[in-house]
Write a protein of this length. Structure first.
Length: 370
């Protein structure tokens, strides 16, 4: 919020601070010279001096660079859809992800399967799909709060024997709020008590009316355990993706989002990142959240070392000075110096806001004790 202290406002208006303090008193606001005052009060005071104050949205330049895209439409090419799997506990999200991965990775590459990175890509008829392990609801929410849209399509897994459950509804709300289309995978169809119609009825009440009932939500019956219905599900994903016309510009510096991160004893900070635009290369100077560095090495979802990663590709990188947070945006800079300066600035800001948060908590605690 574009707030000012009493002293700053007085200076801007060319008045004595004491005069401003008096005016504020008339408004019922007791303030000292160094106190920040609300926009509304600033506007009222300024009006008395015939000055109109408009709220200016402040743009932090670093932040701006992290968000803005200036791609010429001519530079855009089709990119793979990024799919997340959500659903209630035990409805089969992990089993489904594993089943898709297993069914699509040829035997020779089997060694790569044990490599666990939180995301992988499969290829169907020359078309790629990127799957992200379900981010915790918290990570998903934090990404959304920052306006980072990572997911293009949500697969909502609902066990056909169990039906709609609280987290099913939560997932629907998340996807709707983020404006992400939902494909329903009605799982555990192999179970004798499976009742897909009941699932459809329940979800229809939450706005997911099946196509076969005149709505526009795709339902695919699957059994993650028996690996049945997976091809149909993948086909539907590609169909929905085609309608979305997902595009990116591979010929620019990369930017994207941190999917997961950890501290590795030998390799230091390790982060799985999703490249959302541009191409990420080994040696690139990078800022991720409040961390920075140079991409030292990149490993793909099959555990193979690679030199570059284009749009919608998940890769594991090393070379950051500290461990970034899942959900943090990352961006590549041309110059290492700039990445370092911005990274350090952001780290400082983060520390300051953490300090502020801490002092606030203690103050609250004090009040509680009184
Ligand atoms: P959380 O990560 O705990 O939220 O669970 P999840 O949604 O990842 O479920 P998970 O894949 O761990 O599966 C839960 C249980 O359901 C496991 O025992 C699976 O073997 C079983 N399961 C998953 N898919 C199927 C299926 O298609 N049919 C049957 N019969 N069982 C399944
Ligand atoms: Mg799971």
């Amino acid at each position: 919020t574009g707030s000012l202290t009493v002293g700053e406002l007085a200076k801007k208006l060319g008045k004595e601070p004491s005069e401003i303090i008096k005016k504020l008193l008339f408004l019922g606001i007791m303030a000292t010279i160094n106190q920040e005052i609300e926009l509304e009060a600033i506007q009222l005071i300024a009006e008395e001096y015939g000055v109109k104050v408009e709220e200016k949205i402040e743009i932090d330049e670093d932040q701006f660079e992290l968000i803005e895209d200036h791609d010429d439409p001519a530079d855009l090419t089709v990119r793979p859809p990024v799919v997340t799997i959500m659903g209630h506990v035990d409805h089969g999200k992990t089993t489904l992800l594993d089943a898709i991965r297993k069914s699509k990775i040829v035997a020779g590459e089997a060694g790569g399967i044990t490599q666990h990175i939180g995301a992988y890509q499969v290829v169907i008829n020359d078309k790629k799909i990127t799957f992200l392990d379900t981010p915790g609801h918290a990570a998903f929410t934090s990404m959304r709060a920052r306006g980072a849209k990572v997911t293009d399509i949500t697969i909502l897994v609902v066990a056909a024997d169990d039906g709609m459950m609280p987290q099913t509804i939560e997932a629907i709300n998340h996807a709707k709020a983020a404006n992400v289309p939902i494909i329903v995978a009605v799982n555990k169809m192999d179970k004798p008590e499976a009742n897909p119609d009941r699932v459809k009825q329940q979800l229809a009440e939450h706005g997911l009316l099946p196509e076969e009932w005149g709505g526009d939500t795709i339902y695919v019956p699957v059994s993650a355990l028996k690996q049945e219905g997976l091809d149909e599900l993948l086909e539907m994903i590609l169909l929905v993706a085609e309608v979305q016309e997902l595009k990116a510009n591979p010929n620019r510096l990369a930017k994207g989002t941190i999917i997961e991160s950890q501290l590795d004893k030998g390799r230091g900070a390790v982060a799985t990142v999703l490249v959302q635009n541009g191409t990420l290369r080994v040696g690139d100077p990078i800022v991720a959240g409040a961390t920075y560095g140079k991409v030292r090495a990149m490993v793909n979802d099959r555990g193979k070392r690679i030199k570059e990663a284009g749009p919608s590709t998940p890769v594991e990188i090393t070379g950051l000075n500290e461990v970034p947070h899942a959900g943090d945006p990352f961006v590549v800079f041309e110059e290492e110096r700039k990445a370092r300066v911005i990274g350090e600035k952001r780290a400082l800001k983060l520390r300051q806001s953490e300090l502020n948060a801490t002092s606030k908590v203690t103050l609250d605690d004090l009040y509680k004790q009184i």
